[in-house]
Design a protein around this ligand. Structure first.
Ligand code: IPM
Ligand code: MG
Length: 366
């Protein structure tokens, strides 16, 4: 198969982790007989440095022309980087929001899994982490507060800022459908998260989700208020299968869920539109403090590439091979510094860098 992949290495550790993901993809291509054509694109700070803007129209066109996009991470240190002296719509993050909108990537899938091998990194009490957990946050990505009208005005000498939160029923329905579809392939449970005790947009959300649920009698639906969900994530994460929620709540809850796994360097994500097209990126950020030091954990990006193989190319066997390689290498005790337990060498773990982790995983795919 011929795979046309646009790559956005981005900023910070982005270029290093994307290089390792390419290493794995190239290995898969030679083992399973595929041809991969890459096109590297600039976005975020890397694009600001060259073009003065975080995302150009040519980059959008190039991304659209590809079958899928693999991204590293974008953004820098918000207090020290000159990118953050620019007006908000020209900062690195504006590029990310724009590409999500332009490519219609309304469904953001963020798995949060407690890896048994890394259970010690889980910050929760042992009696909670012992039961393990494996959830997927289905976050709406192109609506809500992120894309509503916003402005800052001055009224009678008082500064005032306005952000608007809007959802129409079609936006809610299409993400709900994705949530139920993915639940069917998992453990058959959807927890729809909203703030229906306060917000109109949440009351509509709840009604539309109820309507969609009728088409999925094999999936159990429950509703949960977002503040309660934030609590439940640390109290009993094993209760969740698919968490279905709007853009802003999903942003916050997905960071919380990833922290609870204790290994954000392991978590992949996919942002999909209505076709097979998707943008795949690790759940973590650009970690500018460790950029260029061969310290980053490339596994989240490599697992994002596996999601790409599965969702955009239907290459399940290849995706399985990547996920299997990750398990084997963790079992053998190899760890990047973010997932290295204290005193890990005594426990038989071996500390490796970003490149070495990529090499080990590539070697495992034969
Ligand atoms: C994320 C990030 C982005 C978001 C930022 C960088 C705009 O936090 O992907 O979760 O809020 O969506
Ligand atoms: Mg976020």
């Amino acid at each position: 198969m011929r795979l046309n992949i646009a790559c956005i290495p981005g900023d910070g550790i982005g270029p290093e982790i994307v290089a390792e993901a390419k290493k794995i993809l190239n290995q898969l291509a030679s083992v399973y007989g595929h041809e991969i054509v890459y096109k590297d694109l600039l976005m975020g700070g890397a694009s600001i440095d060259v073009h003065g803007v975080p995302l150009t129209d040519e980059t959008i066109a190039d991304a659209k022309a590809a079958d899928a996009v693999l991204m590293g991470s974008i953004g820098g240190n918000t207090t020290t980087s000159p990118w953050y002296q620019l007006p908000p719509d020209r900062r690195p993050e504006a590029g990310l929001l724009k590409i999500r909108k332009e490519l219609g990537l309304f469904a953001n899938l963020r798995p949060a899994v407690l890896y048994q091998e890394l259970a010690d990194a889980c910050p929760l009490k042992k009696e909670i982490s012992d039961s393990g957990f494996d959830m997927l946050i289905m976050r709406e990505l192109t609506g809500g507060l992120y894309f509503g009208e916003r402005r800052t005005v001055e009224e009678n000498g008082v500064r005032k800022a306005i952000d608007t939160l809007t959802y129409d029923e079609n936006e809610i329905r299409r993400i709900a459908v994705k949530g139920f579809e993915v639940a069917q392939k998992r453990r058959g449970k959807v927890t729809s998260v909203d703030k229906a005790n306060v917000l109109d947009s949440s009351r509509l959300w709840r009604n539309v989700v109820e309507e969609v649920a009728k088409d999925y009698p094999d999936v159990a639906l429950e509703h949960m208020l977002v503040d309660n969900c934030a609590m439940q994530l640390v109290k009993d994460p094993a209760q969740f299968d698919v968490i279905l929620t709007e853009n802003m709540f999903g942003d916050i809850l997905s960071d919380e869920a990833s922290m609870v796994t204790g290994s954000i360097g392991m978590l992949a994500s996919a942002s999909l539109n209505d076709s097979k097209f998707g943008l795949y990126e690790p759940s973590h950020g650009s970690a500018p403090d460790i950029a260029g030091k061969n310290l980053a954990n490339p596994i989240a990006t490599i697992l994002s590439a596996a999601m790409m193989l599965r969702y955009s190319f239907d290459l399940d066997r290849e995706a399985d091979a990547v996920e299997q390689a990750v398990k084997v290498i963790l079992n053998k005790g190899y760890r990047t510094s973010d997932i290295m337990p204290k005193g890990g060498d005594a426990a038989g773990c071996t500390l490796v860098g970003c490149r070495e982790m990529g090499d080990l995983l590539a070697d495992e795919i034969r």
